[in-house]
Design a protein around this ligand. Structure first.
Ligand code: NA7
Length: 542
């Protein structure tokens, strides 16, 4: 009797589909799979919904997308009910929003929290994926969908002595849930990416002293956030159809779109006047709404970089510090542009110090703080704003095996071989939301479209009695070529960043790869819609 019940306990629960991740992708995918009548299980590593917005609780964390262009668009009722408080929502509000969505659609019913998946193996004979959690628990389903997020595998710096620090140390993506008292504390921050730029601006307000360890400065532009007024609230709700229609017609799904003029064709005054306008406006306009040659032509890019450098010099009082904050190894907009709310002025404060670790490299972390070649800096709190192993990192951290033990991680040492970034060749019934080679921009817009597309192909399988789906080799080869061609012109393609898969803290990730489809969302949608309308001929079904 006892042995029977233990055998029953060990047999994996079986579902129609398993989704990994309870963030924006996983939540919406669950909603859509229910409509197909599927029995679904979602596994989420965190203790609740929210993904990125669950983990990244550092001070200053907020959208760089206009809030009202960021939320889910699938439910008119939800759009009518929810009120964003700021044009660029702060993290606590966004997490509150995602909890509201989970409550409204009763999403937690099929979700299991504190459930980090460590492996997913495909049984070829049974056409069945079995996932194994860190706890050892297992579950199986013919369909496996990943909603891992492109920025969920956070990376600590590869600096010796990290464990020896006697104070409080943490990565920004693991900012403690209990309040961190920074008042009067000696704080160190390593990193100057988008996260650091948001966090430093807030931390500097409270910290007794703040030392920022910078390896590579980034170009940053003003966010210009503010509260949404009651009148604007009414207007936003009345205009959601137009807002989302606008997002569908831009290359990045933001409300901003490339200006059709070339910077190089214009007289200097006209060019500067446009840049002054963009610099004074909220959001990503200055990045994705700039002149059309700025991100593809080196001379145009140099002019834009010179303009941004001038702004930094105007805002930072000490010319030597200003110079350190000006990027020298990459042009404006060739990395994901951080938006800031007073970042540069922070360096005018007497309690804030910029440490250029190219001049004085960090030797190790010590019990007291950070030892560079020039000095030992003592801290109470040490914050690693050192980023993520982007796009492929979350997959690499799992043991994903297709037929005959083929490991996705091995396939992805080089360039991933995907169809639309949705399926990797040789991994049947594994569907990725925001995997490599998809178009990325205003992320929830991309997510909704990808989830709808995946739901469409699953519906097609249901209706036609197919149990197995994988992309054809020629279709994958063609897609990878298109992905590479779409990036070829971009100055960003050769620049080290998470978007090109570079992370100095991760072995084998030192050189840029093409990890996104850069031909724009409009073109991506046209191609993927045509494939669906053509009956998915690029895929093999059984
Ligand atoms: P990023 O943009 O990858 O930034 C990470 C930062 O940490 C960057 O300045 C790195 O310098 C720095 N870093 C990483 N490792 C080290 C070591 N070992 N020593 C010193 N400095 C280091 O990540 P974020 O979290 O800021 O932003 C990620 C995305 O989140 C962002 O683009 C938005 O989409 C939201 P490096 O540039 O490598 O020299």
């Amino acid at each position: 009797m006892a042995s029977t019940s233990s055998a029953t306990a060990q047999a994996p629960d079986t579902f129609d589909a398993i989704v990994i991740g309870g963030g924006i992708s996983g939540m919406y995918q669950l909603y859509r799979l229910r409509e197909l009548g599927m029995k679904v299980r979602v596994f989420e590593a965190g203790s609740d919904v929210g993904g990125t917005w669950y983990w990244n609780r550092y001070p200053g964390a907020r959208f760089d997308s206009e809030s009202w262009s960021y939320g889910y668009s699938f439910s008119k009722e939800l759009l009518e009910e929810w009120e964003w408080t700021e044009h660029f929502s702060p993290q606590p509000d966004t997490l509150r929003y995602l909890n509201y969505v989970a409550d409204k659609f009763d999403l937690r019913r099929e979700m299991r929290f504190n459930s980090r998946v460590k492996a997913a193996h495909f049984d070829d004979a049974e056409t069945l994926w079995t996932v194994t959690l860190e706890s050892g628990e297992q579950a199986s389903a013919p369909i496996l969908i990943t909603g891992l997020g492109p920025l969920s595998a956070h990376t600590l710096p590869n600096i010796a002595g990290r464990e020896s620090f006697a104070g409080h140390a943490f990565h920004t993506a693991r900012w403690p849930r209990e309040p961190v008292d920074l008042k009067g504390k000696r704080v160190g921050v390593i990193g100057t990416g988008a996260t650091a730029i948001q966090a430093i601006t807030e931390i500097a307000k409270d910290a007794g002293t703040l030392h920022v360890f910078q390896r590579t400065p980034n170009w940053a532009a003003p966010l210009h956030n503010r509260k949404i007024t009651p009148e604007e609230q009414v207007e936003i709700k009345a205009n959601y159809d137009e807002i989302f229609a606008r997002c569908r017609e831009t290359a990045t799904c933001f409300i901003h779109n490339t200006d059709p003029r070339n910077a190089l064709d214009l007289p200097a005054e006209e060019r500067e006047a446009f840049w002054d306008k963009l610099y004074s406006e909220p959001g990503f306009g200055i990045w994705v709404g700039n002149f059309k040659d700025v991100l593809i032509n080196e001379d145009a890019n140099q002019l834009a970089s010179d303009y941004m450098a001038k702004k930094i010099r105007e805002r930072v009082h000490d010319p030597a510090v200003a110079d350190k904050l000006i990027p020298k190894n990459h042009g404006f907009g060739t990395r994901r542009l951080p938006l800031e709310s007073g970042y540069y002025e922070v360096y005018n404060q007497p309690n804030v110090h910029l440490v250029d670790i190219n001049e004085e490299p960090i030797e190790r972390i010590t019990p007291a703080g950070v030892q560079t070649t020039a000095a030992e800096y003592a801290f109470d709190i040490l914050i690693y704003a050192t980023g993520f192993d982007g796009v492929t990192g979350p997959y690499d951290r799992m043991d994903i095996q297709g037929p005959d033990g083929r490991r996705l991680k091995d396939d992805w040492i080089g360039l991933p071989q995907t169809m639309l970034g949705v399926q990797n060749e040789g991994f049947p019934n594994l569907f990725m939301i925001l995997g490599p080679h998809t178009a990325r921009g205003n992320i929830p817009r991309n997510i909704e479209e990808l989830v709808d597309w995946v739901t469409g192909i699953l519906k097609f399988m249901q209706e036609n009695g197919h149990t197995r789906c994988e992309p054809k080799h020629e279709a994958v080869a063609d897609w990878v070529t298109r992905v590479e061609e779409a990036s070829a012109m971009l100055l960003s393609a050769d620049v080290n960043s998470w978007q090109t898969g570079v992370n100095q803290n991760v072995e084998g990730r030192q050189t840029p790869r093409v990890l996104g489809y850069n031909g724009g969302t409009v073109r991506y949608r046209r191609i993927s819609d045509a494939i669906a309308e053509g009956g998915y001929k690029e895929f093999l079904f059984e």
